[in-house]
Every structure is written in structure tokens, then in C-alpha cells.
Design a protein around this ligand. Structure first.
Ligand SMILES: [Zn+2]
Ligand SMILES: [Zn+2]
Length: 378
């Protein structure tokens, strides 16, 4: 059983999952570790006495848990690759390959670019500008050439202004990323609980029209309970042998936060220190550069506009240091002008966070960046 993350809507079925009550069952559950508790603790917690009569350790089936970061492994000839998605908790997508057929499960994911990606693209004019953000480039690469992608499409572009930062995709983004990745079949998933069937039909019509305008042969449908989808085998395929690499974090990750707004510095320091990281702060670009040069940090957060050196300039200089070649460097900014962001990525910036930011998103992203950079690529 592969879990993207442990938010309630993804695990609440488990206490009612009949095989779990068969003493002959042996279930292996794969998923990311939570920020403040392990995968089994996060799942077992929902079976606390206040919520459920049987504690998790009394469930008859045998359970094994495997915590994952970004990794690639095989189970009985089935190839599995994982990649972090952009959500409000550490959340994994799964790319599964069996006898040449590839299925990607990518839900609870929001476009990395904001507002670089343009939901208002003209009919037929697929705008590659939305792939400026390295996070979206990596997401498209994760979906590349898949036979079937089950993708988050909770919102329509019209819903998005009030749902930005909630960790979900618009149908427009789901279609555009599938078109960019040359996916064969897209299934819209993670339907908004407030959308009725007629609303789903309208969402699907939006998707179909957008695919039609792009001129590519992408099949698109909306997931429905009871659906079975059969993929044709496409010959044999190389499957990476061996088990998953366990996710790793630096023992006590060191993070540098630089912003001339003392309130932002204090908020970030409090959030990150609560999650167990060691946090150093700087109030301008020069101080950030001095501190970074004097010490070693696993992650650097830089305000884009600071006195004495802006965040992009600090990043450019950090990248010249051998030990900061691969360190995640994140720009914190209230304005994401297209030209500034293109310049930022050219300077080696890993990602940006828009102000005002949601605490859950900061926690999830920091954990994903740290896990990704600390786990060796296989
Ligand atoms: Zn979620
Ligand atoms: Zn969800």
C-alpha cells in the first residue's frame, strides 16, 4: 500500500479496511515520514481510543512500515519511483512501471510556479513559460511519457485566487503539465467535496476543451468510484533492483534565514526551531553572506529585497562556494515578477516562497528540500 501522505482524507479508510482484520494478512505500507512523528505513529494516531475502539497495535493483520524520501526501487518486478510533491505536508508522488506500462499517482500537489504559470493561455498556444520553475520542470519529468497519470485537479482556475497555498492543482495546470510531459491518459482526481456531479462535468469539459486547443492526443477523464483502468503491456522494461533508500535528514539541520523585516525573521525562526532545526538569522544581504561563509548551512532562506545585497546576489555568490553548490537556496518574496524569477533561477535559486506564506507550506517544503538534498541519488 502506497500512501502519498497521512492527511485524514488519505488514511481514514484504513481502520475499516477488511484485510487489516484478517490475521493471515501481511500489509506493507509505504509513505513519507511526518515532520513530528513516524509513519506508523501518524497512521496509528487516528485509532486512539477517543476516535476508534481498537488500538492500532491490536489490529490482527501484520503491518510493516517503510518510510520513503525520493528514491527508486523494485517490488516483485514492479518498478517504483517517488518524488516530493508541493503540498501542505511532506507528500510523495509514485511512478509505477510494470512490463513497460507506466502509471503515475500525483495527488495533493500544487503548481510550484505562482504566478509564472498562466491559466489564461490562449487556445492552442501552449505557453512553455509555466515551466520556468525548476519544481514544475521536475514534476513534468516525473510524469514524462506515462501511459496514465492520476493527477490532482481539485480546483478550476476561477477558484484558485482564494485557494492559493492550499496544496492542490487547478484542472488547467493538470492538463498543461500532462501535455508538456506527453502523457497518454490523464485522470482528474481529488475532487473538491463542494463540487457536485454537474460541476464535475463542467470541470471535465474545461479539461477536454483545453486538451483540444493544445492539439495533442491526450485522453482525459474524471475519476469515479468503482472505475477499473487496464493498461496494455508495452513489452519488458528495465526495473531498478533492490529496496528503497531510506530518507535521511542532517542530524540537526542548520538553516540560515535572512530578511530585513524582523517580523518575518522571527516568524520563520519560531516555525523552524519548533520543528527541531538550528536556525541562524541575518538582517541584510551582507550579513547573510558573512554568516554563510563562516559556517555551513543545510538550507538558506533569503528575502529577495535586502539592504547591502539582494537575495539573488547572495545566492549567486553562495553558488561560487564549493560547499554551497547543491544546498537548497530559497528566495522569500512578496512579488514574483516573471523577469525577477527568471533571473533568480539563473542565479541558482532552488525555489521561492511567496509572502504571505502558510505555516504548513513552509514546514512541508523545508522538510522536502532537506530530505531531498540529504538523500543520495541512486
Ligand atoms: Zn493533503
Ligand atoms: Zn488530500
Amino acid at each position: 500500500m502506497f500512501l502519498s501522505h497521512t492527511h485524514a482524507d488519505h488514511i481514514q479508510g484504513l481502520p475499516f479496511f477488511l484485510p487489516a482484520f484478517d490475521p493471515g494478512s501481511h500489509l506493507t505500507v509505504y509513505g513519507p515520514a511526518g515532520i513530528d512523528r513516524s509513519l506508523p505513529k501518524a497512521i496509528g494516531g487516528q485509532m486512539d481510543y477517543a476516535y476508534f475502539p481498537i488500538p492500532f497495535d491490536e489490529v490482527p493483520a501484520k503491518f510493516d512500515f517503510v518510510e520513503l524520501g525520493e528514491t527508486e526501487f523494485a517490488i516483485d518486478g514492479i518498478g517504483v519511483r517517488t518524488q516530493f510533491l508541493n503540498h501542505t505536508a511532506p507528500c510523495l508522488g509514485y511512478r509505477v512501471t510494470v512490463r513497460g506500462a507506466t502509471f503515475v499517482y500525483a495527488t495533493d500537489h500544487e503548481a510550484h510556479a505562482n504566478p509564472l504559470w498562466r491559466p489564461d493561455r490562449l487556445a492552442g498556444a501552449f505557453d512553455p513559460a509555466f515551466l520556468v520553475h525548476p519544481g514544475d520542470v521536475a514534476h513534468a519529468a516525473f510524469l514524462q511519457d506515462a501511459d496514465l497519470v492520476l493527477h490532482d485537479a481539485q480546483y478550476a482556475a476561477a477558484d484558485y485566487p482564494v485557494k492559493t497555498g492550499w496544496g492542490h492543482s487547478t484542472v488547467e495546470y493538470a492538463v498543461d503539465i500532462a501535455v508538456a510531459a506527453e502523457v497518454r491518459s490523464l485522470v482528474l482526481f481529488h475532487h473538491d467535496p463542494n463540487r457536485d456531479d454537474a460541476g464535475m462535468d463542467r470541470l471535465l469539459a474545461t479539461a477536454t476543451a483545453r486538451v483540444g486547443a493544445s492539439g495533442v492526443a491526450l485522453r482525459v477523464s474524471a475519476a469515479a468510484e468503482g472505475d477499473d483502468i487496464v493498461l496494455d503491456e508495452r513489452g519488458s522494461a528495465e526495473v531498478t533492483a533492490g529496496g528503497p533508500h531510506a530518507p535521511r535528514l542532517p542530524t540537526r539541520a542548520r538553516i540560515l534565514v535572512a530578511d530585513d523585516d524582523i517580523a518575518i525573521v522571527k516568524v520563520l525562526e519560531t516555525i523552524l526551531a519548533t520543528d527541531g532545526y538550528e536556525v541562524e538569522t541575518a538582517l541584510d544581504g551582507e550579513e547573510a553572506l558573512e554568516k554563510a561563509s563562516a559556517g555551513t548551512y543545510d538550507l538558506v532562506l533569503l528575502d529577495i529585497v535586502m539592504p547591502r545585497r539582494d537575495g539573488i546576489e547572495v545566492c549567486r555568490r553562495l553558488r561560487a562556494h564549493e560547499r554551497y553548490r547543491a544546498t537548497p537556496v530559497i528566495i522569500v518574496t512578496a512579488h514574483t515578477r516573471h523577469e525577477d524569477m527568471v533571473e533568480a533561477f539563473a542565479a541558482g535559486v532552488t525555489d521561492y516562497i511567496r509572502k504571505p506564506f502558510a505555516v504548513a507550506q513552509i514546514r512541508a517544503r523545508v522538510r522536502s528540500w532537506l530530505t531531498r538534498s540529504a538523500t543520495p541519488a541512486n
